[in-house]
Design a protein around this ligand. Structure first.
Ligand code: IVH
Length: 676
């Protein structure tokens, strides 16, 4: 081999090793097995030893602990690990506070908030039984985590035993694991940022390797506790810090919007001097009994929000404006920009939202623009610098056709009584651009949650015509995939396993996954509890029974005319029906298990009218459900109780209920039942 070819081969090996590391560390999806990886590494090391001139290209010996390993054991969390809603300014914070006040509907409360830095690391949860650390899990998908106890134990500052008389029998401490900025500088070669480095290190199979990387942590919350002994978040953190846990020193109690803003500016100005990355502050209702009353939406608690620091901005130029098609056919314009670094990440695309936004800001190809990146979302165009515009620049004409060639249109929204701002392609699966996005939705975390089948892989399989519709996922030609670059026995086996696992799915997730517009996760659950089984749900395929079922849906609290019309339109389309049937044939869809919560309202159907004095309608609904009852949205024979609030109840509803001999109670009686 001549020198040129030796260099070429060596560089290629280094590149492959880096790629395998990336899949292993950053994506948690090893592409080759241990032996294959080791062989490649040894070969490359031998080359390096043999030809001294290769040294300058870097050495695989310097890669940090790069040993692909099999998966960790999966364990269900005692309580789900949720995410946080985001706030980006004073208005969002005002909104956060007013939503809380509306929900609790109690003016006598003197609300206190606890402010903590939001650490940009990897979340983990530590379970202590009788004071002993017995389990340590990663977040995973929030419901199921991975057993990473051995790696977590390598962090010296994590107590292995809590020595205190008052420690609850079972306590779960939630924390954020990170690598200090200074420590990161020593190993930055192999990772994009400290967060990825911490994630990679935690997911190593060999705890000795983890021990080499200086991981640190802050404890910020709790999961399950038996028996609960704390009254406030501030008190909880103080106590666990006395027990030896590391808590963040920059946390304080704040009492109003001004104090919230002040604290935000104060910590933002400290941000760059801290040895750990933070991307905002978390504001939490301090009183734990109020937190309990507020509860969660399907993905985040109502009692907390992450108030992000102002987005990082940069200036660049628009090379082109193209359109992208989303899974609902929505056409989004995207600016292709000259690559620029914003907050440590190279950005080459920025969203322009919709046609109106382009018109409003008069954004043109060739323009110099300011872009900003807030959180993980795709960067946005903030403003145009008109002074730098070239004389011959032309207004942008928004295409009226989808990438598939079909004419797009703006729907009329009944709820706002206006035309939507968004143009849509209405061809659904017949548009190959929409279809591909629908597939990405189906495999996503909240839907079928297939590990190893991410967006990029869907693109790749789609281009190779390996997947055209959802049911194809369950008939993949693995021999073909095996021949593709970057796929090895291990990654194929992992993919097969993940796909088989996903074939058993709950009815609510299935309904959400098929991607009916306006049917999100919450509505998936409401519909699943109405239909109960996939057999009942399948009656929607037939025109006659569909009409009857849709009429009954009107009764459901949370389902409105928009949702009903959307379901009707979805199944009016024969292709949607066919594709849904094909998918059902491949699956084992579990009946919706109505968790028969025994409680005050077990099996009772309740409806509310009018506003209440001591709680909001939302809280009344969640109390009913937590006590085994169901809330209906209209009066029918099925209803058991109509609860009448003091403020503006609808007379007609009360009369209707009385006619049907339904029990009607006043707010006072309702409160009595709750307190009994
Ligand atoms: S409280 C939602 N407090 O942010 C459950 N989270 O986006 C309550 N995080 O998974 C989370 N610092 O990994 C909370 N001081 C802090 C935090 C924090 C970082 C992470 C955590 C959580 C994620 C939610």
């Amino acid at each position: 081999m001549d020198k040129k070819n030796i260099i070429k081969r060596y560089k290629k090996n280094l590149q492959l090793l880096k790629k395998f590391n990336k899949f292993y560390f950053e994506k948690d999806n090893p592409r080759v097995n241990d032996a294959e990886y080791d062989q490649l590494k040894i070969k490359t090391l031998q080359l390096e030893k043999q030809y001294i001139f290769l040294k300058k290209f870097g050495s695989p010996a310097d890669f940090v602990g790069a040993k692909p390993a099999s998966k960790f054991k999966k364990i269900k969390h005692l309580k789900p690990m949720l995410s946080l809603s985001n706030s980006f300014g004073k208005e969002d914070m005002e909104d956060f506070i007013s939503k809380i006040n509306n929900y609790l509907n109690d003016k006598s409360l003197n609300m206190e908030f606890f402010s903590e830095p939001k650490i940009d690391g990897i979340s983990a949860t530590l379970i202590y039984e009788k004071g002993n650390l017995t389990k340590g899990l990663s977040r995973g998908d929030g419901v199921t985590g991975e057993d990473i106890l051995d790696n977590l134990k390598t962090i010296k500052e994590i107590p292995k035993k809590i020595v205190s008389k008052e420690v609850p029998n079972l306590i779960e401490i939630r924390c954020e694991i990170y690598i200090g900025k200074k420590d990161f500088m020593k190993i930055r070669e192999n990772f994009a940022n400290p967060r990825n480095a911490a994630g990679g290190s935690l997911r190593q199979k060999n705890p000795h390797e983890t021990a080499k990387i200086p991981l640190k942590y802050f404890a910020y919350g709790f999961g399950a506790i038996e028996t609960m002994v704390f009254k406030k978040q501030s008190e909880f953190l103080k106590r666990i810090s006395e027990w030896g846990f590391i808590t963040n020193p920059l946390s304080v109690i704040v009492k109003n919007l001004d104090e919230i803003e002040n604290q935000h500016s104060k910590i933002e100005s400290l941000r760059s001097s801290l040895d750990y990355d933070i991307d905002g502050l978390v504001y939490k209702v301090n009183d734990l009994s109020l937190q309990k009353r507020l509860g969660n939406t399907s993905s985040s608690p109502r009692w907390a929000t992450a108030y992000k620091f102002s987005a990082e901005k940069a200036s660049t130029k628009i090379k082109d404006i193209v359109i992208q098609v989303g899974r609902t056919g929505a056409i989004t314009p995207v600016a292709k920009v000259i690559p620029v670094t914003v907050g440590g990440v190279v950005v080459s695309n920025a969203t322009l939202h919709n046609e109106d936004e382009i018109l409003r800001k008069d954004i043109r190809v060739g323009d110099t623009i300011q872009i900003q990146r807030a959180g993980d979302v795709i960067p946005q165009v903030v403003s145009v610098d008109i002074s730098k515009r070239e004389k011959n620049s032309k207004k942008f004409n928004f295409p009226t056709k989808c990438l598939c060639g079909a004419v797009t249109k703006k729907d009329f929204s009944k709820s706002t009584n206006k035309k939507d701002a968004v143009r849509r392609c209405g061809r659904g699966y017949e548009c190959k651009f929409t279809a591909r996005e629908k597939l990405k939705h189906i495999v996503s975390k909240e839907a079928f949650n297939i590990d190893g089948l991410g967006k990029k892989v869907i693109d790749q399989f789609w281009d190779l015509k390996l997947i055209k519709e959802p049911s194809d996922i369950f008939e993949l030609k693995y021999e073909k995939i095996k021949k593709l670059e970057g796929w090895g026995d291990l990654s194929i086996n992992n993919l097969k396993k993940a796909i088989i696992n996903s074939q058993t799915i709950n009815l609510d997730k299935f309904i959400y996954s098929i991607g009916i517009r306006h049917i999100g996760q919450e509505n998936g659950k409401i519909l699943a509890s109405f239909f109960g089984s996939i057999n009942e749900f399948s009656k929607l395929f037939d025109l006659k029974s569909r009409k009857r079922l849709l009429n009954n849906l009107v009764d459901l609290d949370g389902i409105g005319q928009t949702q009903i019309e959307s379901i009707e339109n979805f199944f009016l389309n024969e292709i949607n029906t066919k594709i849904t049937k094909n998918l059902i044939n491949k699956l084992n869809i579990k009946n919706y298990s109505k968790i028969n919560i025994s409680g005050k309202f077990s099996n009772k159907k309740i409806m509310f009218t009018g506003g209440f004095q001591k709680m909001s309608r939302s809280e009344a609904k969640s109390i009913t459900e937590n006590n085994g009852g169901k809330v209906l949205g209209s009066i029918s024979k099925k209803l058991d109780i109509l609860v009448v609030g003091e403020t503006k109840p609808t007379k007609r509803k009360i009369e209707q209920a009385k006619k049907l001999n339904i029990k009607v109670i006043l707010e006072k009686e309702w409160n009595k039942i709750l307190n009994s």
